[in-house]
Design a protein around this ligand. Structure first.
Ligand SMILES: *[C@@H]1O[C@H](CO)[C@@H](O)[C@H](O)[C@H]1NC(C)=O
Length: 365
């Protein structure tokens, strides 16, 4: 059999391309730059960009993770390494785990919209529930909207009732300043039980996250108390993105205790949540029977800080989005899944923190 010269040339070309994968020649810095560019392209493709959104995105894109905060395989204590056969990958690979059901993804999408709506700076649009995409889709049917904004602290919360879904929603805003957020996260762990009496001794929480929650706690408690008296069968969903996700975990524990909410009527849905406390705290949270979804979008850095080597751990409930699919990363206690978002360490970036599914977090509405 005789090969045509054209086919032969093509074969040679394919063989050469396979022998020298481009990623092998990239430095770590170049890989991180590529990860940021790809993440930014993903955000740009997801929503129609206004100049305001572009400026916000650029700010995120130019925020560097300080070297001593950059998670690496060793300071994260990730026990199982990536398979040796795979070249360094920007996008990682899907875990061999079940995906979340369509109904489950739809609920995660709804609470991502509530978490994103908490960033809205136009309180009139929130009151009327006309804040654009985040006020549509699964969040339609929202009423009784109340916003609490406590300047200069980072406390901002959106509370509402959704009579379609039959839920009471408490949503916390994250930080608008990624550079400050990354710096603030250095604060220390402080005693848990003196702040949240149900916590076991030895449990510690991040001082900054707790202090931020404490600023607006009484207003949130009174809203939920009143909403529950009007809608006693509605489940309470506490949600938030980034710092807001950390506050959601603390708020859920505090609301549960203060208002005696049964675990079957309580759920926590977070997005890009940083680690909130030490392994004893994480284990306690994991042991509770209320529903927890801790959503991680692709190679977002924030779920990897504060570092595990600083004494922090995640609670259960990771739902990991990769290539537009969401995987259930079930764990127990303070064990973290190594084959889900942790497998993306160390090529992670801040831009990916801005998204969950088709929802983009930022101050537009
Ligand atoms: C969580 O439950 C496990 C298994 O029952 C137990 O060993 C662990 O001590 C519990 N964690 C906390 C903080 O209570």
């Amino acid at each position: 059999m005789q090969l045509s010269p054209l086919l032969l040339a093509l074969l040679v070309l394919v063989a050469t391309a396979q022998a020298s994968p481009v990623t092998r020649s990239l430095t770590q810095d170049e890989q991180l730059q590529q990860a940021r560019d790809q993440a930014a392209a993903q955000v740009q493709a997801a929503v129609p960009m206004t100049p305001e959104m572009q400026a916000f995105l650029d700010k995120y894109k130019n925020t560097q993770i300080p070297a001593d905060m950059t998670p690496t395989a060793s300071n994260q204590l990730v026990s199982s390494k990536k398979p040796a056969s795979s070249a360094p990958s920007l996008w990682g690979s899907a875990p061999s785990r079940p995906t979340v059901s369509t109904q489950g993804v739809s609920l995660m999408n709804t609470f991502a919209r509530y978490s994103a709506a908490a960033y809205c700076v136009n309180l009139f649009n929130l009151a009327d529930w006309t804040c654009g995409a985040n006020c549509q889709g699964g969040t339609a049917g929202t009423n009784d909207v109340t916003s609490i904004w406590k300047e200069p602290s980072a406390f901002k919360s959106l509370m509402a009732v959704n009579t379609n879904l039959k839920v009471i929603v408490v949503s916390f805003r994250g930080s608008l300043e990624p550079q400050n957020f990354v710096a603030d996260i250095r604060l220390n762990l402080v005693d848990g039980p003196s702040r949240l009496p149900n916590l076991p001794s030895g449990a510690k929480v991040h001082a900054g996250f707790w202090d931020t929650w404490a600023v607006g706690k009484s207003e949130v408690v009174s809203y939920v108390k009143s909403a529950r008296s009007r809608y006693p069968t509605f489940k309470v969903y506490v949600t938030g993105h980034s710092l807001g996700g950390a506050m959601a975990v603390l708020a859920a524990l505090d609301l549960r205790r203060t208002l005696s909410i049964p675990d079957s009527q309580l759920a926590v849905y977070t997005y890009g949540e940083p680690r909130v406390g030490n392994p004893t705290f994480a284990s306690y949270v994991s042991n509770q029977s209320f529903e927890i979804s801790r959503f991680v979008h692709e190679d977002d850095v924030v779920p990897h800080i504060p570092l595990r080597s600083w004494g922090y751990a995640h609670h259960r409930g990771e739902n990991y989005e990769i290539n537009s699919k969401v995987y259930q990363c079930t764990t127990t206690g303070s064990n973290e899944a190594d084959d889900c978002s942790n497998s993306r360490v160390p090529t992670i970036n801040i831009v990916s923190h801005l998204m969950a599914m088709d929802v983009v977090f930022g101050p537009w509405c």
